[in-house]
Design a protein around this ligand. Structure first.
Ligand code: CAA
Ligand code: NAD
Length: 302
């Protein structure tokens, strides 16, 4: 976790004012790590009620970091939390805040037409220099960018949950993303304390293209009755060194997310058996047993 920022790395990054659209699970983490590294962040949400929740969850996460990093110095920890929060502002008016934004990073619902509507609404009014990026898990960046004129200033910035902890950032280039945009985003990734890798605009980029089929194969294994969820998870933790087993991870990521990724890819690439729908996953989604966040998935957390 980077708590100090050097002015030189900020100067190199050129991106100073960041707008994060969507203050949910991912957007709040992205806003937190950006503000922690000295960037000015504005979070845009649909209404004030959600913004209040977002603010609270960032505050709690920062307190968790402070407790760990400033164990012996609680006063410094408090300063760290309040200074970081002071760099975060909130708004419900995207058109207003993009005027002063170097980067608009979208982390709203995983739906192409809703993402199109958002970017279309700001393409003509944002300053020419402003870079647009999406944190999509599974959609094509080129398809999202298709409604914008600034295709050279459009890229994917894919973070991982929990954002304050996971060190990776995938920087996704489309064939039209300019070198300058790509370099600025790689530098920004470094400035916020992440290790950035370069990805092409292929389904799932690098991590999800490997992780989603792994979770799906593990679920197929338990659907066949070849092993129990617990044994599959123990196997991958102790036999392959993963921090979480694939069934545990599916519960953690959320079954609505994984199911919609798989179904979307299956529709687009019906010939790939790795993306075949999973009956037990669909059943859990229908029953609203979405995993850790609802208290039940393949495991029970109540
Ligand atoms: N904010 C701040 N800090 C947090 C945090 C949060 N939200 N969540 C955890 N932490 C910190 C804890 O304070 C703790 O710090 P120390 O070890 O320094 O004390 C550390 O992270 C580990 O946390 P825990 O001890 O609570 O739990 P753990 O050791 O079991 O680790 C985990 C939890 C980091 C989530 C680990 O199990 C893990 O890495 N799991 C795999 C997660 C993963 O694969 N994520 C990617 C999902 S796919 C995705 O995100 C992409 C997509 O598009 C769907
Ligand atoms: P979430 O549901 O927790 O948060 C989405 C937020 O966006 C909500 O608070 C909602 O009110 C807000 N929102 C919706 N439409 C909006 C609009 N037009 N303007 C402003 N705010 C709007 O979702 P999440 O899990 O944070 O996922 C967000 C994005 O990140 C998705 O594209 C998802 O695929 C991607 N992603 C998710 C994960 C994950 O593990 N959950 C990991 C990486 C990437």
């Amino acid at each position: 976790i980077s708590r100090n920022f050097s002015t030189s790395s900020l100067a190199r990054a050129a991106i100073k004012n960041v707008t994060v659209v969507g203050g949910g699970l991912m957007g709040s983490g992205i806003a937190q790590v950006s503000a922690q590294s000295g960037h000015n962040v504005t979070i845009v949400e649909l209404n004030q009620e959600v913004l209040d929740k977002t603010h609270k969850s960032i505050q709690q996460s920062l307190q968790r970091v402070a407790k760990k990093v400033y164990k012996e110095k609680p006063q410094e920890g408090e300063n760290f939390v309040s200074e970081t929060l002071s760099r975060i502002s909130t708004s419900t008016n995207l058109a207003d805040v993009v005027q002063n934004s170097d980067l608009v990073l979208e982390a709203i619902v995983e739906n192409l037409s809703i993402k199109h509507k958002l970017f279309k609404s700001i393409d003509d009014i944002a300053p020419e220099k402003t870079i647009f990026a999406s944190n999509t898990s599974s959609l094509s960046i080129s398809e999202i960018a298709s409604v914008c004129k600034r295709k050279d200033k459009f890229a994917g910035l894919h973070f991982f949950n929990p954002v304050p902890v996971m060190k990776l950032l995938e920087v996704v280039r489309t064939p039209e993303t300019s070198d300058e945009t790509y370099e600025k985003l790689m530098a920004w990734g470094k400035a916020i304390g992440k290790t950035a890798i370069t990805c092409k605009d292929t389904p799932g980029f690098v991590v999800n293209r490997l992780l989603v089929p792994l979770m799906a194969e593990a679920i197929r294994m338990l659907e066949r009755g070849d092993a129990s969820p617990k044994d599959i998870d123990i196997a991958m933790k102790l036999g392959a060194g993963h921090p979480m087993g694939p069934i545990e991870l599916a519960d953690y990521v959320g079954h609505d997310t994984t199911n919609s990724i798989l179904n979307g890819w299956h529709e687009k690439f019906p010939e790939n058996p790795l993306f075949n729908p999973l009956p037990s996953l669909q059943k859990l989604v229908d029953e609203k047993k979405l995993g850790v966040k609802t208290g039940e998935g393949y495991y029970c957390y109540k």
